[in-house]
Design a protein around this ligand. Structure first.
Ligand code: NAD
Length: 512
């Protein structure tokens, strides 16, 4: 109550135990039992929500199919107008929703607000996009023929999201999909269902005010089993899934097995190269936020620092000193820099990873550990740690979703780029340098192999205007800005003959 969570839940219209499966404004009683949501901030039960079962899932999909027939014919700019109103509704509840995200997921309140701001930004982006779903026109090789392409809505988009961005990932997908004329079924992470319920209330109100039918934006609740309903369902032409590489391989196979489309946003293993030509102040600050922000639970968190040998000792000692100043505690208290991990299982994974990397030869520069005592009762608070390691260690090759930063040395930029690229994942990357040749080489075809490559910026904190995603085991999907919208539509090539003849392409003769 100290942080006004009860009031925020009330303002967001959440009625616990009544919520769960929903086709819009219609909450379906599933009789399937409950999913409890605990806060990693204080270990308290926040609320329980109802699980989706097969029958209620069927209701949701049938309603979505019906709604699609109507929504696809609403002119795109009018769909944009609805999304504009959703953006405004989000503005109205920014602090309440930011607070709930912070309390349920454990990221700092500032980052919770940032996540909601990202939702607002993508709404604005999608509104503009609703008048820009451009297709190309081509010159036909046949006389008096016209060729062009158009983009049509694809149908139902299934959205499976991870716990760490419990609301923004939904909006990246859904707001774009909605202006594209699709309808959405969202299965949020089982670790943050209440934030999803809050979003459902927000969007439902706007859809209702616009006289739109049930089924345009639906919610289903549960773990991987409900996710599998979506991935195996051939009525869902596109499944956009965000989460671990392990999950992405399963979803990709299930969707691929029925020749559906998947858009995969999976794990990262992001590195910053700190060159001898870096502005070290910026490098340290970028690495610090990248490694400890969201307690290392961002897909773009900085996991590896590849440092030129001539500045290695200086970077190391400045970073160790900065870690010494970090304040760890309740994410809703703005004096704290680092909040908890999502749950005790994540704490165990963090401890295991530290143990394993030490066995492989890693040396702890800032030791890890679990915090206990007043304020840390949830058992989810850990110390961000720094370990000197080598790139080939199996734990360094692996994404551990926790604040563990690996430091390593390089002598030539080619070697640093080889380290940077020498992991299975390919999401985000950065170089800190004031040297133009180094920066350009890093961004060139012979440079970073990631979907995101930055100069003098850390690896985390992307803006919605660009396409977001990564290569290799990150899954290859792109979401959010640029022309990512194309993934949510089907392309149709149209050729129109306005002549009195019927010439064939490639000059083929076929006369009778
Ligand atoms: P997770 O893979 O455990 O779960 C993600 C979602 O997938 C959940 O909703 C879960 O219920 C569902 N799921 C799991 N197995 C499934 C299956 N077999 N079929 C269908 N659905 C299934 O991931 P998490 O722990 O919630 O999130 C952390 C991971 O997400 C990290 O690896 C992180 O890098 C990644 N992530 C990636 C991005 C990105 O954009 N690339 C963004 C955020 C998080």
């Amino acid at each position: 109550e100290k942080y006004g969570i009860g009031q925020a839940l009330k303002n967001l219209g959440i009625v616990p135990e009544n919520s769960g499966t929903c086709t819009g404004s219609n909450w379906i009683d599933t009789d399937e039992g409950y999913l409890a949501s605990f806060s990693p901030a204080d270990g308290q039960l926040i609320a329980k929500v109802q699980l989706t079962n097969r029958d209620s899932y069927e209701l949701v999909v049938r309603q979505a199919q019906e709604a699609f027939l109507q929504w696809r014919s609403v002119p795109a700019p009018q769909r944009g107008e609805v999304v504009r109103q959703i953006g405004n509704a989000l503005r109205d509840v920014k602090s309440d929703l930011g607070k709930l995200v912070s309390y349920e997921m454990g990221k700092s309140y500032q980052e919770g607000l940032g996540e909601v701001q990202e939702m607002i930004d993508i709404c604005d982006f999608a509104v503009g996009l609703s008048r820009q779903l451009y297709g190309l026109t081509m010159h036909s090789e046949r006389p008096s023929h016209r060729m062009y392409e158009q983009w049509h809505p694809i149908g139902i988009v299934g959205v499976i999201s991870a716990f760490n961005f419990p609301v923004a990932v939904w909006s990246w997908n859904s707001m774009i999909a909605l202006v594209c004329g699709d309808v959405c079924v969202w299965k949020p992470s089982e670790k943050a269902p209440l934030s999803a319920v809050a979003c459902q209330h927000i969007i439902a109100k706007v859809l209702k005010e616009n006289g739109l039918p049930e089924g345009i934006s639906s919610l289903v609740i549960g773990d991987y089993r409900v996710g599998e309903f979506l991935s195996h369902d051939s009525r869902i032409p596109l499944v956009s899934a965000t989460g671990s590489t392990r999950m992405g391989k399963l979803v990709g196979q299930a969707v691929g097995g029925r020749l559906g489309r998947s858009l995969l946003e999976l794990g990262g293993n992001n590195a910053i190269i700190v060159s001898e030509n870096a502005d070290l102040e910026i490098a340290i600050r970028g690495a610090l936020f990248g490694a400890v922000g969201t307690a290392g639970q961002r897909c773009t968190s900085t996991r590896r620092l590849i440092i030129h040998e001539s500045v290695y000792e200086e970077v190391k000692s400045r970073l160790v000193a900065a870690y010494g100043k970090l304040v760890i505690g309740n994410p809703l208290d703005e004096k704290n820099h680092v909040g908890p991990l999502i749950d005790e299982e994540a704490v165990k994974t963090y401890l295991d990873a530290i143990g394993k990397v030490k066995k492989e030869g890693g040396r702890e520069l800032v030791p890890g550990g679990v915090l206990a005592g007043e304020g840390y009762e949830s058992g989810c608070y850990v110390r961000p740690c720094i370990i000197e390691a080598e790139n080939h260690y199996s734990m360094v090759q692996h994404e551990t979703f926790a604040p563990i930063l690996y430091l390593m040395k390089y002598s030539s930029l080619e070697e640093a780029i080889a380290f940077q690229n020498g992991v299975p994942q390919g999401l985000s990357s950065a170089i800190m340098t004031l040297n133009m040749r180094e920066a350009e080489l890093f961004l060139s075809a012979a440079g970073s192999d990631c979907g995101i490559a930055n100069v003098n910026i850390g690896t985390s904190g992307a803006e919605i205007g660009g396409a977001f995603g990564g290569e290799k085991e990150t899954g290859g999907g792109r979401e959010s800005g640029s022309d990512s919208w194309k993934a949510y539509m089907r392309r149709q090539t149209n050729t129109i003959n306005y002549s009195n003849a019927l010439p064939l392409a490639q000059g083929i003769k076929f006369d009778i």
